[in-house]
Design a protein around this ligand. Structure first.
Ligand code: NAP
Length: 540
């Protein structure tokens, strides 16, 4: 179908402006270009990749299987690209995303080093005006913020943090130039998924490594391995069935559920079963575990007792093992990390674990970190202290919708969304991968949203509508679902998924507790109802 474009007098206008060249921004760009729209993608970084551009820290890799994380929209792409490992490291994923951009000739639509500072809706023109830090301005009918849930770094509010005279890093702002940590005294603050990847990746080369842990987490082995030639051939030959399976998978993975509950097994059978789960890859620890793992506290506690025995078996110093074993939450109470060599590194003489629960941080000095048991001196401090999750980037983007309503004000008490992609009062504005969207392998959830958004825009073009806005009742319906099902979420309220790690942020659930079934259900309802109430105004 020919594009029904706005007037493209210059590069300052486009049908669609996308913000963010991460995994979903590129997906959205691909689809919008394929559908014949003029598109500009604005990216803050100097290159594309989003998460996989910014997170260059040692040990960075994803914990979803590579081929389930990559794009499924092109069999040719699937066949051309060889993932080297089950769980690819950051440089490979960054290369992959650059490869996709080049294969589909998308780079010419992308403007890098373009940090968006404001985006303002003009109701009369039914268009958005987006401005960047470097003075670029562009008008577009549609604005799509693919800015990611984990893009704004979070630093702890600890006295003296700026006084430290050594090197400091946040993993999401890791320099492009190699960082030489050899022979240095290094502190890693934070033992979430990031900190526990960094530790083992640098433990051998640094003079000393001190891990500062506030909350212990149930880390389990990633069980990564290279993809063999045989497996590679299998993947290439099975694009269609793999895609079909992922297209309906609740978690966005290929894992097979156990098909049994904890009660059905004897204690001896459980021990054998848990051993196989411990040896399974990544998130299979959840998805192939007992079906009632997250709904039956007894089952979960039994799995935790098994993991405790494993940790005690790996870590030689039992005082260190004591600190590493969570006492305040069951499995998935906090987002569980997947690790390689994490527990093992504590057996090295140059690695120390400091529990901030036992000896809280007092201040940072010019030479190191002081906890209640004294000062430890460092050459380098790595603040692996997380992100302003879910809403961080969008709240800072200067989005103003109908009647000048600021998104940051509309979301003052927590985000209000429809399907995690739209908000009432913000016409022609979408945010795939935003808060309330995902509950599993992010690219798979995000893809559902990207396609839904593209369909809405296509529907508007087909019928001559110039304005798409989610009706308040539809938004309320999605928010009611979140309020009802949040009670069943396994996550503790003190974590990032409630915004509790970010000072001053309202406590509100930021994931989709209904998972894929609810996303599918609501999307189907919108389509079957002919998107009633979403469209307005005929294009002149
Ligand atoms: P995170 O999970 O929020 O962990 C931050 C860590 O810093 C926690 O241990 C936290 O302790 C600690 N911390 C925060 N403020 C602190 C303070 N004031 N003093 C002392 N410690 C403090 O952040 P992350 O590890 O960067 O991971 C964020 C998300 O990124 C993950 O949930 C995951 O989705 C994603 N990720 C994925 C992978 C992967 O393999 N796919 C790898 C890295 C990250 P508390 O828990 O006590 O707050």
């Amino acid at each position: 179908m020919p594009a029904q474009s706005l007037d493209h007098a210059d590069l300052g206008q486009a049908d669609v402006v996308i913000v963010g060249a991460g995994i979903l921004g590129i997906n959205q760009l691909y689809r919008a270009v394929q559908a014949g729209y003029s598109v500009r993608l604005l990216e803050q970084g100097e290159g594309v990749g989003g998460t996989w551009y910014w997170n260059r820290y040692p040990g960075c890799r994803f914990d979803s299987e590579s081929y389930t994380y990559g794009y499924l929209f092109s069999e040719e792409l699937w066949r051309k690209w060889d993932w080297s490992e089950e769980f690819a490291p950051q440089p490979e994923t960054e290369r992959y995303l650059n490869h996709v951009v080049d294969q589909f000739d998308l780079r010419r639509h992308i403007r890098c080093s373009s940090k968006v500072t404001s985006a303002v809706w003009d109701a009369d023109a039914a268009s958005w005006t987006t401005r960047t830090e470097d003075g670029f301005e562009i008008r577009s009918r549609y604005l799509i913020a693919a800015t990611g849930v984990l893009s704004v770094p979070q630093y702890p509010d600890v006295p003296g943090r700026e006084d430290f005279l050594g090197e400091t890093y946040h993993p999401v702002r890791w320099p492009k130039e190699p960082v030489d940590l050899r022979g240095k005294r290094v502190a890693v603050v934070g033992t979430g998924s990031t900190g526990v990847q960094i530790g083992p990746a640098i433990a051998d080369e640094v003079a000393s490594l001190t891990m500062y842990q506030r909350s212990a987490t149930w880390a389990t082995p990633l069980n990564n391995h290279p993809i063999s030639a045989g497996q590679q051939a299998y993947l290439k030959a099975n694009y269609a069935p793999i895609k079909a399976e992922l297209d309906v998978s609740v978690g966005g993975f290929l894992h097979k559920s156990a098909g049994k509950k904890w009660q059905q097994d004897t204690p001896e059978e459980r021990e054998v079963f848990f051993e196989s789960v411990w040896n399974s890859p990544g998130f299979a620890k959840i998805s192939t575990n007992y079906d009632d793992l997250l709904s039956n506290r007894e089952a979960n506690a039994d799995w935790c007792a098994f993991m405790e025995r494993k940790i005690r078996g790996i870590v030689q110093d039992q005082a260190t093992a004591d600190k590493l074993i969570p006492r305040d939450h069951l499995y998935v109470g906090l987002r569980p990390p997947y690790v390689t060599g994490y527990y093992e590194m504590y057996n090295q003489p140059n690695v120390e674990l400091v529990s901030l629960r036992e000896t809280p941080m007092v201040k940072v000095t010019e030479t190191g970190i002081e906890t209640s048991d004294g000062l430890r001196e460092f050459d380098v401090i790595i603040w692996a202290t997380g992100f302003d999750f879910g809403t961080g980037a969008m709240r800072r983007m200067g989005v103003a919708g109908e009647d000048g309503l600021k998104l940051s004000d509309y979301w003052a008490d927590g985000p209000l969304t429809y399907l995690g992609i739209m908000a009432h009062g913000f016409p022609n504005f979408f945010f795939p991968g935003g808060p309330h969207g995902a509950a599993g392998n992010n690219p798979r959830y995000g893809e559902l949203q990207v396609v839904f958004i593209q369909n809405l825009i296509d529907h508007a073009r087909e019928h001559g509508f110039r304005r798409i806005e989610v009706p308040k009742e539809a938004e309320q319906g999605w928010m009611d679902m979140i309020a009802q099902l949040e009670a069943y979420s396994p996550f503790e309220q003190r974590g990032q998924y409630y915004g509790a790690n970010t000072p001053g942020k309202p406590r509100a659930y930021l994931l989709n507790p209904g998972g894929r079934p609810k996303l599918d259900e609501f999307m189907a309802k919108a389509v079957e109802g002919g998107y009633q109430g979403f469209f307005e105004g005929v294009v002149q």
